[in-house]
Design a protein. Structure first.
Length: 81
């Protein structure tokens, strides 16, 4: 089953620009995860990533990597295709 996800990302307070510059280097580094789009926003979240993977474990690994390496706060919405 193919899973789709939207990851909402909040950068650390006071370092939004620096953190968001580093975001592209964190994206796409988990095998089996396809990033469909990355959007930068203004408001409650600083970025939104649309992605797909074969299972939820790969999505969880992707989000954990972003959270740990980038010190981001994330929320993830999942859906099965």
């Amino acid at each position: 089953m193919n899973m789709k996800a939207v990851v909402l990302i909040k950068a650390p307070a006071g370092s939004e620009i620096k953190a968001l510059r580093e975001l592209p280097s964190l994206v796409g580094s988990v095998e089996g995860v396809t990033v469909n789009d990355t959007l930068y926003t203004f408001g409650r979240f600083d970025a939104v990533i649309s992605l797909s993977a074969s299972d939820t474990g790969k999505i969880v690994s992707f989000v954990e990597q972003i959270r740990q390496k980038g010190n981001f706060v994330t929320e993830t919405l999942l859906g099965a295709e």
